[in-house]
Ligand binder design. Structure first.
Ligand SMILES: C[S@@+](CC[C@H](N)C(=O)[O-])C[C@H]1O[C@@H](n2cnc3c(N)ncnc32)[C@H](O)[C@@H]1O
Length: 511
């Protein structure tokens, strides 16, 4: 997994799962493409590859089925005047801050207070954090008024999404559960007022910045924020609660926070503003014509890319890994609030899911669609050019299936490198006989569409001899170098050794 500490500025504006480390991706772009050439990522997600490509003077084509991904990528590459952004925020604040805060204001001990956080446990407000004119944070036990203010807010909500989520126990979605069920009635009022205000922003680019601010606000404003309880220092001392954050899935913890919606929005805005400053610094000098010629964002499927044959110079992709992360199901909270969910083509998603009403989304469907995406890449990538795939090393079968996807579409292996992990950690992994990392496999598009599938070879003696031969010539080699050398030698001959066996044998021979 990528080290999240690398996510700053643009990359910290909005959550997206599986963001790749931008500094690593830029190395591949530099190595396999030249300025003014076209780089494509047809599973572009938040747009890391595209941003790095345009930064490096390349043209970028990005495709993703998920509308919020395309919106995020688009905003991340559109310079908007920072003064205008600040002025728009100021105007939203003037109109809404007081109104939204009034949903959290109440008298306590004879003085006016405002609730910033409520910890709910099984429907009871067990802890309420509030501020007064004098104190920033005070804590009290919740009472009947807290329940009433939360469940029967004094202001009518504006529009909010009632989209029904796919029932899926793995991500804690029950039958007929709606997106709106993830929020308290009070939070729905606050968020719907902000949503309505944003719809009235005339300038399209500015509106998109604030749409992203709203969708970035949703998770902290929802009931998905768990309570972190540190161990008590001294027995008898109450354990302090800390604010957690949304990680994955739609699990509403038994004990969860409800955070003042205005504060969530303002905090998200501060983060968005930092990203916007970086976007402005990077892209403001590029004219609209330049950006139109250098960025093509397509909200569609990698299995049907609407671009010409032989038009791409380099492809870098990081497709979904089977059932690891349910991108589209988990993005429904964002997509629905921005009204982007009505045209989603769920059938095209390359995913394996346990959702009850998506039974066809099994491994066969996943492999067939991923194969379709590879066929498209082979069609649009110029002959002789390179195609890299970020690959999460799972088991031997996944390795051979992935290699065969390449081979059967006429791609020949050129390189395998670990992504983000330092060389030392690969050695350490090797000592533990494990290879827990992301890899980037790079292949070349050849005219040879007749390459036959590869099979496993289970000959340990030959494997030992082959590895020993490689290590005799290159004693400094690490596991992935050995894998590289073995794959380059054996794939043209139609076989590979099992990765698990390569790793184990390396561990013995490199002792
Ligand atoms: C691992 S993520 C990519 C993350 C990206 N590398 C980033 O840095 O943000 C895989 C992406 O594939 C997308 N996807 C799934 N099926 C797709 C399809 N048929 N066509 C295009 N994109 C698809 C998902 O929406 C998701 O954004």
């Amino acid at each position: 997994m990528a080290n999240t500490s690398t996510y700053k500025g643009i990359y910290a504006m909005h959550k997206y799962w599986g963001k790749k480390p931008f500094n690593e991706i830029s190395k591949f772009i530099e190595q396999y493409s030249s300025p003014e050439e076209t780089v494509m990522d047809c599973f572009c997600g938040s747009g890391v590859t595209l941003i790095e490509a345009v930064k490096a003077g390349r043209k970028a084509v990005g495709v993703d089925l998920n509308p919020i991904a395309i919106k995020l990528a688009n905003v991340s590459m559109t310079a908007v005047d920072i003064d205008m952004i600040n002025a728009t925020f100021k105007s939203i604040k003037k109109k809404l801050q007081k109104t939204i805060n009034s949903l959290y204001e109440m008298e306590y001990n004879g003085q006016p207070t405002m609730v910033t956080h409520t910890i709910w446990k099984n429907g009871e407000p067990i802890e309420v954090w509030y501020c007064t004119d004098r104190d920033k944070k005070k804590i009290r036990v919740g009472n009947e008024s807290d329940i009433k203010m939360c469940n029967e807010p004094a202001i009518e909500p504006k529009w909010y999404p009632e989209s029904i989520m796919y029932e899926n126990s793995r991500i804690n979605v029950g039958k007929e559960q709606k997106v709106s069920d993830l929020f308290t009635p009070r939070a729905l009022v606050g968020l719907s007022l902000i949503c309505d205000e944003i719809k009235h922003i005339e300038d399209e680019k500015l509106r998109a910045v604030f749409e992203l601010t709203l969708s970035g606000t949703l998770s902290q404003a929802s009931n998905l924020v768990f309570v972190i309880r540190r161990r008590k220092k001294n027995e008898g001392e109450p354990s302090k609660a800390e604010v957690g954050s949304w990680v994955i899935g739609y699990w509403v913890p038994e004990e969860h926070f409800e955070i003042n919606v205005w504060n969530c929005f303002e905090n998200r805005f501060k983060r968005i503003l930092k990203g916007e400053q970086e976007i402005y610094d990077l892209f403001s000098e590029k004219t609209d014509d330049y950006m139109n010629a250098h960025l093509n964002l397509i909200n569609g499927s990698a299995t049907a890319i609407p671009i010409e044959d032989n038009s791409i110079d380099y492809v870098f992709i990081d497709p979904p890994h089977a059932n690891r992360i349910l991108y589209m199901e988990q993005s429904l909270m964002w997509n629905s609030w921005l009204e982007l969910d009505s045209n989603i083509c769920w059938d095209d998603e390359i995913i394996v899911t346990e959702a009850k009403d998506r039974k066809e989304k099994d491994t066969d469907n996943y492999n067939a669609l991923l194969g379709g995406a590879f066929a498209e890449i082979s069609r649009v990538l110029k002959p002789g050019k390179y195609f890299s795939l970020a690959f999460n090393c799972l088991d031997d079968d996944t390795w051979i299936d992935t290699l065969n996807l390449f081979v059967t579409h006429g791609f020949e292996i050129r390189d395998i490198v670990p992504l983000e992990y330092s060389a030392t950690s690969v050695i350490q992994d090797n000592r533990k006989n494990a290879l827990k990392t992301d890899f980037v496999l790079t292949f070349q598009n050849t005219e040879n569409k007749e390459l036959s599938k590869v099979v496993f070879k289970n000959d340990e003696i030959e494997l030992e001899e082959d590895i020993q031969e490689i290590l005799d010539i290159n004693p400094e080699y690490e596991v992935y170098n050995v894998m590289n050398a073995l794959f380059k030698k054996t794939i043209p001959e139609g076989y590979i050794y099992k990765v698990s066996k390569i790793v184990k044998m390396c561990a013995e021979l490199m002792k």
